[in-house]
Design a protein around this ligand. Sequence first.
Ligand SMILES: C[S@@+](CC[C@H](N)C(=O)[O-])C[C@H]1O[C@@H](n2cnc3c(N)ncnc32)[C@H](O)[C@@H]1O
Length: 297
Amino acid sequence: MKHIPVLAEDFRRFCESMPEPPAAYLDCTFGRGGHFRILIEDINTNMQADLIDRDLQAIEFGKKEFADLVERGQCRFHHLNFMRLADEASKELAEKKFDLILADLGVSSPQLDQAERGFSFYQEGPLDMRMDASKGIKAADVVNQWDAQEMIELFRDYGEIHNPTKVVNAIITERHNQNIETTTELAELIAKCIGWRKKGQHPATKYFLALRIFVNEELSLLQQSVVDLIARLKENGRLIMITFHSAEDRIVKWTFKEHKEQGQILTKKAVQATWQEKQKNPRARSAIMRVFEKGKL
Ligand SMILES: C[S@@+](CC[C@H](N)C(=O)[O-])C[C@H]1O[C@@H](n2cnc3c(N)ncnc32)[C@H](O)[C@@H]1O
């Protein structure tokens, strides 16, 4: 499936209303470059851009798709985790300041579509879920090795599932027979255990979300990384955060509030997709955008 950028019109509005078109842009989650394309084609064709993704496939796609910009030295791709910028980025990138920063968290449509990445509960693939397939533990390690209490806490805290005990017990029983190795094995086990409750939402949705967030350290590093990104803004620079999970959104909201003395929050109310956008792009259903503008330095 082609990746459609979420909240694209809102993104455009916040870019167009900047006092000056952004000259230096940091995209923390390049994906398929949907948001970047809006900027470079419609807002400032001369912009300088640093484009990050922890998924090597996204980086390879970007280098091909925007080969002319790379050649001209107008954009640079970086394969790293933006939440670990300070450790993983070159000194130059780690110290650079930007007029506009975007972090659009979550998975891209191509990641969901590739069964072998292990994000999808509809397509059979190894239970992996790592965005950077070369690092860290996999979802299968959690499901097959953790004890019951650890799994209950994970599903409660990261999946916001009120009572995951029944599913966790089913996982433990199943793995006594054999390890749970594939996405569909786990999805079917969960569906059998709790049944379909919401039309159109697979019963495994929140369990998969919790595993993905944990495996990719998406929540644990988020707060510090929002602080770091605010620090990287130039005067009047804007940080646009798009999250897909209420726990992530709460972190963004509170971190922005805690740093209000450094600027202002431009989204008094979080921006969410219109009904029309949600119809066109199901990924937009849970997207939440918040924008912070840096004040005088
Ligand atoms: C929702 S997609 C971004 C889509 C992009 N804005 C577009 O319009 O094409 C999220 C992307 O960010 C990447 N990603 C998620 N968390 C990341 C992190 N902590 N560091 C770097 N990349 C990350 C994923 O690999 C994925 O490609």
